[in-house]
Design a protein around this ligand. Structure first.
Ligand SMILES: [Zn+2]
Length: 237
């Protein structure tokens, strides 16, 4: 992936004025050692299964306030070195991915044009490439937006699904390959991932969609009729 001028600028800026830690805001490191140790001690980074609408997924962590602060420093301040600080954690996710779906290929959800203009990069794709590398699985392209949806943040679950419905299309990559795992940075209602799965399945000659993989899952409030213990760690530690 080409380096965007904004990343170079951010790198130079960090050398001159080290960014404060995204979590505690004190020490001059994008994620300071104390905060990282604290998050690890809390067991925040543990690959676990999740699912949305019957599609199975794997996530590294849950969307806690600390996780939100980390994601925001990457997405809004361009502090992509956060992912470097979390290299060991991303390796865990990659290993979990490769163990769960050996021979699969990763495909990243597309970023909207306005988000690309604002950020210069697709943060989910940057993260997906790191996870794919850790998993030693190939990453393929082919998903794109055919119309520009609104920002999802303020929408309800139904609103998100309606906003994204039929917003993506998929062109199957040339050649044969394993099933696809859809990658995104965060899953909340699942609307984005489910729209990606729909677009892939609708394309002629499309490979199988085996599941999805995300950095963080926003935990939903469990409804009373939902079975307990539907989320569990796939690996005994
Ligand atoms: Zn800190």
């Amino acid at each position: 992936m080409p380096i965007h001028p904004r990343q170079i600028f951010q790198g130079l800026l960090n050398l001159a004025f080290p960014a404060p830690c995204a979590v505690c805001g004190r020490r001059p490191a994008v994620l300071c050692r104390d905060c990282l140790a604290g998050l690890r001690a809390e067991g925040l980074f543990e690959p676990a299964q999740c699912s949305r609408n019957g599609l199975e997924g794997l996530r590294l962590t849950t969307y806690t306030p600390a996780c939100a602060a980390l994601m925001s420093s990457v997405k809004e301040q361009g502090q992509t070195s956060v992912w470097g600080a979390l290299e060991d954690e991303l390796r865990l996710l990659g290993e979990g991915l490769a163990a769960r779906w050996p021979g699969a290929r990763l495909i990243c959800v597309p970023s909207s044009r306005s988000a690309m203009r604002r950020r210069g990069v697709n943060p989910a794709e940057m993260l997906g490439r790191r996870v794919a590398r850790a998993a030693r699985l190939p990453m393929v392209g082919g998903l794109r937006l055919v119309r520009q949806p609104q920002d999802q943040a303020a929408l309800s679950q139904d609103g998100r699904a309606a906003n994204l419905r039929d917003s993506m299309s998929f062109n199957a990559p040339r050649g044969q390959g394993g099933p696809l795992i859809i990658f995104d940075d965060v899953v909340t209602t699942g609307a984005t991932i489910l729209e990606a799965a729909r677009a892939i399945r609708a394309a002629p000659g499309a490979p199988l969609v085996a599941g999805f993989c995300v950095f963080a899952e926003t935990l939903r409030k469990r409804s009373p009729d939902e079975p307990k213990g539907s989320m569990f760690s796939p690996q005994a530690k």
